[in-house]
Design a protein around this ligand. Structure first.
Ligand SMILES: *[C@@H]1O[C@H](CO)[C@@H](O)[C@H](O)[C@H]1NC(C)=O
Ligand SMILES: *[C@@H]1O[C@H](CO)[C@@H](O)[C@H](O)[C@H]1NC(C)=O
Length: 247
């Protein structure tokens, strides 16, 4: 005895097959997408103000590249010796200016993001900011603790002042900015040194192709206080934000 034929079954089966294929294809595409950072930040048009550099296939690749530079023994030796005094001196001048303008005081809880061995932290402590600490992928005790600026290891409203000259290293610039704003207390100040008139180095993950506008667009809870030209180790522009809105 044979099973009675149901003429509807075959097309239904084909339709289901087709739909599952579509679903799988869609899942495949979206899984690929989640590893590729969005190129548009701070802009709703299709000409991005911040361009993510090509070549980062995943966040892991990105971390590997950053660690490769940070852990390079030759570079670390240079940073700890030849570079140390000169950098501390230059950073002290930057922070002295910022203190004179009222953006920083001895009582400030201060964070330096991407501080490597911590010359900027030493500079802050040197001018009297005792509660200054640095953060980088690789810790350098006692000045620099371990942390990724895409997900800072600090509670909300932790700092009065945050400084960074590694914004160009952010693979996800919007997360970098959101984390600064989250960990700054309202009224707190963020100071970034960025390259506007020139390009960052080969470790840069993004370029500010639209000047500081791309950056300003990312700081949604802050006001732009001022920008000025600086000569900061290949970075030419200092941008000062003040957090105005609560988390
Ligand atoms: C790190 O960089 C060095 C020198 O540029 C290179 O020889 C090495 O293969 C790199 N290592 C990784 C894990 O990328
Ligand atoms: C910290 O206090 C000392 C002594 O009063 C002062 O000379 C210095 O300028 C202060 N530093 C800052 C960053 O305000």
């Amino acid at each position: 005895m044979s099973v009675p034929k149901k003429p509807l079954l075959k097309p239904l089966f084909l339709l289901l097959l087709f739909l599952s294929f579509l679903l799988l294809f869609h899942l495949f595409l979206s899984s690929k997408k989640s590893h590729v950072p969005s190129a548009v930040a701070g802009s709703s048009s299709d000409t991005p103000l911040i361009r993510i550099r090509p070549g980062f296939r995943s966040y892991d690749d990105y971390i590997k590249l950053q660690l490769n530079k940070t852990l390079n023994p030759r570079l670390r030796r240079v940073w700890a010796t030849r570079d140390w005094e000169r950098k501390v001196r230059v950073f002290s001048r930057f922070f002295g200016d910022l203190a004179a303008e009222g953006f920083l005081s001895n009582a400030s809880a201060a964070l330096c993001i991407g501080a490597r061995l911590g010359q900027e932290v030493a500079a802050l402590r040197g001018i009297g900011v005792a509660a200054a600490v640095g953060m980088d992928l690789v810790p350098a005790p006692p000045l620099v603790m371990q942390g990724d600026f895409h997900k800072q290891p600090f509670p909300d409203d932790s700092f009065d002042f945050e400084f960074s000259n590694v914004f160009d290293h952010a693979l996800y610039p919007e997360r970098f900015a959101a984390e600064v704003e989250r960990t700054l207390r309202p009224g707190g100040v963020a100071v970034l040194h960025v390259a506007v008139h020139r390009r960052g180095d080969k470790y840069s993950a993004n370029d500010l192709v639209g000047g500081v506008d791309g950056l300003v667009g990312l700081f949604k809870r802050s006001e732009l206080v001022r920008t000025r030209k600086v000569d900061g180790f290949g970075l030419d522009t200092e941008v000062v934000f003040r957090k105005t809105k609560k988390n």
